[in-house]
Each structure stands twice: as C-alpha cells, then as structure tokens.
Design a protein around this ligand. Structure first.
Ligand code: AMP
Ligand code: MG
Length: 320
C-alpha cells in the first residue's frame, strides 16, 4: 500500500511454537528486515517467558515453586512475582473460578487413566485455593501453607506473553501489529492498515474452519476458552482441560467463552473464568464492570446449532 510519504508498507506474518501453541505475529512497517528482527526479538522473549513460567520445564521458576514452596518460601523474579499477585487479584475477582492453584487438579485429570474417585478429588481439592498461597512483597517470595499444592499458569501465561510481546514491538517503534497466542489470546497494536478496528473471527467449535461470528477489536485483547481443542479422553468420554476448583471436576456446559478487555492478562484469565462460571454469571459480571465484553457460545442439546450470546455494549464487542 502506498502512503503519502511514498514509502511502501511491508507486512510480515511469522509464527513459532511456544507454550503448547503456535504464536503468530503479523507486523507492518517500512522494512522487511527490520520487522523480521523485531519478530525474532519478540520470539526470544516468549521463549524466555516459557522458561520461567512452564510447569513442564523442571528448571522454571514455577516448577521450583511447586517443588519447594510447601517447605519454605521460594524467591522468584519480580516479573513472576507481579504475575502471581495479578493472578491472586483475578481469582478474587472471579469468585475463585480462575485459580492458578488448580494445578494439582489439572495434573490429576490430565494424567488420569480412569475417572478419579471422589475421595481422591476431595483430597486434591483441599490443596486448592489462593488463601493457601502466601506472597511476601518484601522479598518476592512465595510460600504454600498446604503440602502438595501446585500452581499452573496455563490460563494466564499466553495473555501475559502477548502483553510482553506488544511492549517489545512498541519499544521497537512498530505501530501496527497483531499478536496471536494460538487460538487463546489475540492482542493488537495500533490499527490495521486500512480499517479502524481489527475484525476477528470466532470459529465454530462444532465445525472446524467454519466461522461462527466476528468481533471488532480496537486497543483491546480478545481471549477464548473452550474444550474442543484441548481435553482428556477417559473411557471414551471427553473431559475439559478446564477444571472447576469448587467441585474438582472438569467443566461442562458452554461450548466457548470469550472475553474482551484492554489487558491481555485479564482477558485470558476472564475467558477461563467465564467458561467455568457460565452465561448468567458472565452477564452480571460484564454489566457490573462496564469495560468488559464477552461472547458465550452455548448449545441447548447435542445435535443443536450453537447459539451465540454477545454480552457488553455493541461498542465493546464490535459488530457481527
Ligand atoms: P485457557 O485455555 O486460557 O482457558 O486455560 C486453560 C488452562 O489453564 C488449562 O489447560 C490448565 O492448564 C489451566 N486451568 C484449568 N483450570 C483452571 C482454573 N480453574 N483456573 C486457572 N487455570 C486453570
Ligand atoms: Mg485463559
């Protein structure tokens, strides 16, 4: 596209696997080499974040917390400490639905070969809850007050990475970019070259590659939670990877929950919480907040068409 300055805009689209998904960057600017360098810098940052945050990397800060914090306080980096503080706030905000201490339940279900019995679930559930995590601001330390607790940042890590990536791109003076952390979180920087908002498609969870609806986003992050892509199958039954910390059971009910709000860490946590807390809770929450939009997709009965519920003002949530 030609601008008044007659410089030719270039767009690059580049993706790399991190955090169990494909991170995709769409960057626009004057020079391809410059954009490619910025993308490499952004990917390097995500790689380092994954090294700090992943429960699957034994040397990560979070793995160290999980291994030792029930014995003594574990000091973490300021960045990880702030993320844990933010996670604690979001847990309170969502009435405990979003809860990073659901980690032990997540592990139990994801590795289960048969449905866990209720006693086993109750025992693990008793180690779940942010009230058992002591965050000491004076030395950035984390301590668990129950043995066997486990933190899992799977519902917030991609949003956090998207926020950090956009900061790197902004520092590199890139004005137009779209960051996609898999299908989990989308976070734009600036405006698309030829429009005043980004139009984002929401895929039909029942029919791959079919678009169910679209959303316009502008200076906001958009996150999606669902069970159709990630689940565990036990005895032929599919169980969601999202666990309700109140019951200890994988969540059933909605097909999809999406959240739209200015902070990608928050949109990521909220889409997970909306998926757990359901349609009516999400409606009431968005009404009380005013600055949060949601799309909830339900299905009355197996075999029925999905129903899209758009929540929040039209401006928040864009046009269909
Ligand atoms: P998302 O796809 O953002 O909704 O995050 C789902 C991931 O977060 C799961 O794969 C688990 O790793 C983790 N998780 C599951 N249940 C919860 C929960 N209730 N609160 C926080 N994280 C959870
Ligand atoms: Mg999430």
């Amino acid at each position: 596209m030609l601008h008044s300055g007659m410089s030719v805009d270039t767009m690059i689209r580049i993706s790399r696997a991190f955090m169990g998904c494909e991170f995709e960057l769409v960057l626009t600017g004057a020079e391809k080499a410059y954009l490619t360098d910025a993308a490499e810098e952004a990917f390097e940052l995500v790689r380092r974040l994954e090294e700090d945050l992943s429960v699957f990397i034994p040397t990560s800060e979070i793995a160290e917390v999980n291994a030792l914090a029930d014995q003594h306080p574990v000091i973490v980096s300021p960045r990880v400490f702030r993320l844990l503080q933010k996670a604690a706030e979001l847990s309170a905000e969502t009435e405990g639905a979003f809860d990073i201490t659901a980690g032990a339940l997540v592990k139990l279900w994801s590795s289960a070969e048969s449905v866990p019995n209720q006693d086993a679930l109750d025992a693990v559930r008793a180690t779940t809850g942010m009230q058992f995590v002591h965050l000491n601001e004076r030395n950035n330390s984390v301590e668990f007050t129950k043995p066997g607790m486990r933190i899992d940042l799977g519902a917030i890590g991609k949003g956090f990475a998207a926020a950090e990536v956009v900061q790197v791109l902004r520092d590199a003076r890139i004005e137009t970019a779209l960051v996609a952390a898999g299908t989990s979180t989308l976070y734009p920087l600036g405006f698309p070259p030829d429009a005043d908002a980004w139009t984002v498609g929401v895929r039909n969870p029942l029919m791959n590659n079919e678009r169910l609806t679209t959303v316009k986003i502008r200076d906001q992050a958009f996150s999606t939670s669902g069970s159709h892509e990630r689940f565990v199958e036990i005895d032929g039954v599919r169980y969601s990877h999202i666990i309700d910390p109140m019951t200890g059971w994988p969540v059933k009910g909605l097909l999809l929950a999406c959240a739209l709000v200015d902070d990608p860490i928050e949109s990521d946590a909220l889409s997970t919480a909306f998926f757990i807390n359901g349609l009516e809770w999400t409606r009431a929450y968005c009404q009380a907040r005013g600055d949060v939009g949601a799309i909830i997709v339900t299905q009355e009965q197996p075999g029925d068409d999905p129903v899209v519920h758009r929540i929040g003002t039209l401006q928040d949530i864009g046009g269909a």
